[in-house]
Structures are given as C-alpha cells and as structure tokens.
Design a protein around this ligand. Structure first.
Ligand code: NIG
Ligand code: FE
Length: 419
C-alpha cells in the first residue's frame, strides 16, 4: 500500500469543482473555484478531501505522521491535466517534412505526394509491437513530465486491420503498464492508404465492414474518429464511417474543418459527435449548431502554430456557448509536442482565451471530451488522485511565463510519479 499523500499550503488550489455533470460552457469556463492556502488528502488512489489548510488540519492532523507531506507553499495545484486528442502511438519522425514546409511546401501537398500520414504509416507498419511500444512509451513519459496524467490515443497509422490492431494493442499495453491512463480511439479513417488510391470507396468499405466490427469485438477502443477533409474523407463518407462505429458502440469524434471549411462542424452536430476537433475553418453556422447539439470543440492551437495557419477562434466558440477543450494533437506531422502547458499558452495568445478558460479546457472539459468527467478533471472528493503541482504562485502566472515547464510534482493514482 502506498502512503497517503497530504498536499498542503498551496497558494492556489484550482479545484474546477462543480463541472462533472455537464461540459462547462460560457462564463462558467472562467470559474475555477479556487481555494487559497489549500490542502488535499489523497489515499487509496482517491481524493479523500479538498479544503483549506485549517479544515484539513482538523480532519487529518492526527494522521500526519502516516502521510507523505508535500509543502506546496507558493505553488499552484491543479487536477492532473487531461489531453483528449493525441496520435501517441506511432513510429518514426518527420523532421525532413518540417524542413520542406519551411521551404514553402504545404502539409496537404506533402501528403498527396505520398509523404505526411503515409510516411508515418509506412514506418508504423514496419515497426514491431516492441519498437512501437518503446517509442510511444518515451512520449508518454514526457507527457507526465509536463503535468498530463491522462491521454486519449488514436490509431490511424496502420490502415490495415492487423496494423491498426497492433497500434491499439500497444496503447492497451501502455495503459496497463504505465502510470498514465490511456483512452483509445480507433481512427482507421485517418487517410486513404496508397494501395487504395484508385478506389477509396473500397477502403471505406474495409473500415466500416471489417475494421470497426473487429476493433469493437476485441474492445480495443471506445471512440471512432475520421479525418473529414477535402482530398481525404468526404462529409458523406465520414458520416457513414461514424455511423458504422456508433452501431458497434464506438462513440463518434471527428477531425473537422482543419485545412478547409468542409461542413465538418455541421456534420458533428447532426450526428451528435462527442467532439469535433481542430475547427480552424469552421463556419459560424457550424459553431452555432455545435453549441445547440452539445458537441465539445477540442481545439489544437499547437497544430495551427506548427502548420503556420490561423488558429481556431476559441473566443468566438466560447461566446457562442460551445464547450471548449484543448489538446496537443501530439503527432509527428502537424504537432510533434507533448507540452500541453505550451498549448494552453497558445490558447491565450492565439485563440483569445483567458488563463482560466484554458485551464478549464485542459482539465474538466478535456475529461468530458473523453467521457471521463466522473472520475478525473477536477479536484473533488471521490475522484482519482491525479494532481499536478506547478511552481508558480497562481494560474495567471502559468500563462504569463509562457513556454516554460513549470511542473514541480505530479501525483497519479495517489502515487508521486514526478518529483
Ligand atoms: O490531427 N489531420 C490529421 N491528422 C493529424 C496529423 C497526422 C499527421 O500528419 O501525421 C492531425 O493534425
Ligand atoms: Fe489529430
């Protein structure tokens, strides 16, 4: 049994309490429910009590000798960060394409010429389970060092049944063997593989008739995602793919309106997707429909930054009543980073969000985007003991001193994993 952990004297304890039932929208995204001079008692992997130092001294003072005590004086304590959109499991690296883009090539040009997702697909197909595991574990370790305690992870670099399953099995093994929790998404519809170039419909058939049923049968994923983009999957194909997933119990997510406006937000609303992600070019009508349908916007400003494109309009979405979450999109082509705190900085600087809103977006709303808000995303008694401590005095400073890893301590499932 691990010892209880008592975090105390936090200058700010941002609890994000009260948002577990429904995704947090509107002005409420600015309410972090902060406790000053705060304390938390973690035991048996669960948050037992959150309150002021005084309250916890009264409740647990007599058990202080049993606990590992963390003095968080002058520090900010938040829920463990949640990254709801990553392509964590992949092999290889694409720094050569980064250089090509710096010399004027576009992301889609590179992909249409057989690079991009296709080049990572080739590397991932070639990698053994063990190689894929080792490369992905390294990224997972780095996520933890940046204060992230749960990540969603997509397949989509296999694009054959066996290789998609290989990716999902690596994710499963990582979930079971690593402190981090991994929530899996099947994304067989990430690209039309080269061998189906002349007959994309046959690939849609393969995804819907063979891959989805088999992934669902093996219980290897909870969500189903599709890259709905001109030249990749049309809105009509995307709809069929997401509906096929839903018939097998896989909840729909969608890469929508990333490069061009393509009615992705509208489609997400029409089918009741859990989230629509990217949305750089989403239409005003699409945003309105998402707000009405309760579709969460997972915004990825690191991708816009790295592709040198204009970011999604997070401000407009929040003002329209859309619940916004934020994520790294960690992948080798459009956002090779694990720094969710940097992405939060970009949320403020490039998407017009406030420091409080980006923290809501990276915790409780991110938890909603992967349907885990009942157990993570806020510091409330009964939730998982996932806590990040930043060496800054308040949540504003976390955004103000941008681009620095301020993580001081990470507690995952009640155990100190970064110190
Ligand atoms: O979310 N847009 C599609 N998929 C990823 C990029 C994948 C890649 O380039 O390898 C994204 O940006
Ligand atoms: Fe993505």
């Amino acid at each position: 049994m691990i010892k209880p952990v008592w975090i105390r004297h936090a200058s700010q304890l941002a609890t994000l309490a009260g948002g577990s039932e429904e995704p947090v929208v509107g002005d409420r995204m600015n309410e972090l429910t902060i406790i000053e001079d705060g304390s938390i008692w973690l035991e048996a992997g669960v948050i037992q009590r959150v309150g002021t130092d005084e309250e916890l001294e009264q409740a647990y003072g007599h058990r202080a000798h049993e606990a590992q005590i963390i003095d968080a004086a002058g520090k900010l304590v938040t829920p463990g960060l949640v990254d709801p959109h990553t392509h964590l499991v992949h092999a290889g690296s694409r720094q050569n394409e980064f250089n090509m883009r710096l010399n004027g090539a576009t992301y889609m040009e590179i992909m249409n010429n057989g690079g991009g997702i296709h080049s990572t697909t080739a590397a991932t197909r070639e990698a053994s389970h063990e190689e894929l595991f080792a490369q992905s574990k390294r990224r997972l370790d780095q996520f933890l060092l940046h204060g992230v305690t749960t990540v969603e992870a997509k397949s989509g670099y296999g694009l054959t049944l066996a290789d998609e399953i290989k990716q999902l099995e690596v994710a499963k093994q990582l979930h079971e063997s690593h402190p981090m929790d991994i929530i899996s998404t099947f994304m067989g519809a990430h690209a039309v593989p080269r061998e189906y170039r002349e007959d994309p419909e046959a690939f849609v058939e393969l995804v819907t008739q063979e891959m989805i049923p088999e992934v669902a049968r093996r219980k290897l994923a909870e969500f189903n995602d599709v890259f709905c983009e001109r030249g990749v999957f049309t809105p009509e194909q995307s709809k069929r793919i997401l509906e096929a997933g839903a018939r097998h119990g896989l909840l729909p997510k969608i890469h929508a309106d990333e490069i061009e406006p393509y009615e992705g937000a509208e489609l997400a609303a029409a089918i009741g997707a859990v989230s629509a992600d990217h949305l750089l070019r989403a239409s005003d009508r699409g945003i309105q429909l998402m707000a009405e349908a309760g579709v969460i916007a997972v915004l990825l400003p690191g991708t816009a930054f790295f592709l040198m494109a204009e970011s999604a309009n997070g401000r407009k979405m929040i003002d329209a009543g859309v619940a916004v979450a934020i994520s790294t999109d960690c992948n080798p082509g459009s956002s090779p980073t694990v720094s969710l705190p940097l992405i939060m900085n970009l949320g403020c600087l490039k998407m017009g969000m406030t420091p409080a809103e980006v923290l809501t977006a990276a915790t409780i709303n991110a938890a909603h985007a992967i349907r885990r808000a009942h157990e993570i995303g806020s510091l409330e008694a009964g939730k998982k003991a996932d806590v990040t401590i930043f060496d800054v005095p308040d949540f504003m400073t976390l955004q103000y001193r941008y681009g620095i890893n301020h993580v001081d301590t990470v507690v995952k499932n009640g155990a100190i994993v970064v110190a």
